[in-house]
Design a protein around this ligand. Structure first.
Ligand code: TRP
Length: 453
């Protein structure tokens, strides 16, 4: 007999937890620099199109599998397609988030370090020249990023250990609204900086010549990453959703808040980038290298305001990163405790140790292990590329094929409309079904092939 499973308490709780998973470093750290590389407003449009036609259907595929089975990824496949090879999809999606959480925690660790730096007032005007060097210095040292990474993953483990209701639900409910307020405040502040106008224009005036095949590929990849798709995170969270819940609304609500948050984060970062005369295509260091520089230089007018903004900003990054990382850990913990009969505590400890070790290697790959190369990439980059260009795409493709081609259409429609009880959602559910069956898989294969070229 499987242990009795917990369920999320309400729609609000479901959306908060899912949004907590979706909204993270993907929005604040990844979205602005990827957008910066592919041309601002036009990229945002591509991101929205991919989100509506590919990611939302994938999201609902995971939601259908999760809620129908009320199982972890592995058990879900065994329940819905017993005795078939589909269970290996479940296993693939147990492994992928473990790898992601390992390197994601390294970036989470950097945000702890930057929070400490802002609390100890290191982003002062007289330091402005050294601020961008601080990032290099942190990345290349051994113990500090390692320690911060371990603190980050340790915090995640504690939250996950307390389980769905007491840990994840309570944490997300308390932090997500604060997060929204914080990012809006920072965006407003950023837009009032002298010279911010160019950044606002960059975000609003699309240049369609920038929409190359690569830009579309980047937009889809970013959309998956941002919505935590293709690795069973949303599947696992959906398995804690009650039969009464409207999946179309909770998935749509999550996707919209993630989009909203990404765009606000864009408005927080881009005007500031332009105000400081930095190029938007700066790359992955954008948030960690440019914003502290801005915090430091604006200290000329009021040191207090500059310190408060810096602290608020990195606190936001940290909280957003934590609520995403716990969702990745939860996938493995659910698998170990339900399939292998391991207690929740031991499962959490096991995952913690795995992520601590692999993450440490990723962290060290910027410093002492910089010479180690896998397929020409550092350990950190290798893990990232392996997951975001490969494993996540495969996972998402398989989820859509499973729901579109393996499951009975009537079962899928049942799940999307709560056995026909959601009348007004029927037409929409039909559309979603065909997006899942045809549009999403074709688009993913196309993007995958483009990515290889
Ligand atoms: N979506 C999160 C973010 O934007 C990261 C994340 C959480 C994730 N779970 C995931 C990414 C699963 C890929 C797969 O930061």
């Amino acid at each position: 007999m499987k242990p009795q499973r917990e369920l999320f308490g309400s729609r609000g709780a479901v959306i908060m937890a899912m949004a907590g998973s979706a909204i993270g470093l993907g929005n604040i750290w990844r979205f602005p620099y990827i957008m910066g590389e592919y041309g601002g407003a036009a990229f945002i449009l591509a991101f929205i199109v991919c989100g509506a036609f590919v990611s939302l259907p994938i999201f609902l595929s995971e939601a259908v599998i999760g809620r129908r089975s009320h199982q972890n990824t592995f058990g879900a496949m065994e329940t819905l397609a017993p005795g078939t090879k589909w269970k290996w999809v479940g296993l693939l999606t147990v492994v992928t988030p473990l790898i992601i959480v390992s390197y994601y925690s390294v970036v989470g660790g950097w945000s702890i370090d930057y929070l400490l730096k802002s609390v100890t007032l290191q982003f002062r005007p007289e330091n402005a020249g050294q601020v961008s060097g601080m990032f290099q210095q942190l990345m290349s040292s051994t113990w500090r990023p390692l320690f911060c990474h371990l603190v980050f993953i340790g915090l995640c483990a504690v939250i996950v250990y307390f389980g769905v209701k007491k840990g994840i639900e309570r944490f997300s409910k308390a932090t997500m609204p604060v997060l929204f307020v914080l990012i809006v405040v920072i965006a407003v502040y950023s837009m009032t900086l002298p010279g911010a106008g160019a950044g606002i224009e960059y975000l609003l005036k699309p240049d369609f010549s920038k929409l190359t095949a690569q830009a579309w590929a980047a937009a889809l990849g970013q959309s998956f990453f941002s919505l935590s798709l293709g690795v069973g995170t949303m599947l696992t969270y959906s398995s804690y959703v009650s039969e009464k819940e409207n999946l179309l609304l909770s998935s749509g609500g999550t996707a919209l808040s993630d989009l909203f948050f990404a765009i606000i984060a864009g408005f927080a970062v881009m005007p500031a980038v332009f105000a400081a005369g930095i190029t938007p295509g700066e790359g992955p260091g954008l948030v960690f290298q440019t914003l502290p520089y801005i915090f430091a230089s604006m200290g000329g007018s009021s040191r207090l305001i500059s310190a408060v903004v810096a602290i608020l900003f990195f606190l936001t990054v940290l909280v957003a990163a934590l609520s995403s990382a716990i969702s990745m850990m939860e996938v493995g913990v659910a698998y170990l405790s339900e399939e292998k009969g391991v207690s929740r505590g031991k499962a959490t400890l096991g995952i913690f140790l795995f992520a601590a070790v692999l993450g440490s290697l990723c962290s060290l790959s910027f410093g002492p292990l910089a010479g180690v190369s896998l397929h020409g990439l550092s350990i950190f980059d290798f893990c990232d590329k392996l997951c975001s260009n490969f494993l996540m795409m495969i996972g998402a493709l398989l989820f859509s094929l499973f729901v579109g081609w393996k499951m009975k259409k009537s079962d899928v429609m049942d799940e999307l409309t709560n056995s026909g009880k959601i009348r007004h959602g029927r037409a929409f559910a039909q559309v979603i079904y065909y997006l899942i069956k045809f549009v999403a898989p074709v688009a993913i294969v196309l993007i995958f092939v483009l990515g290889l070229i």
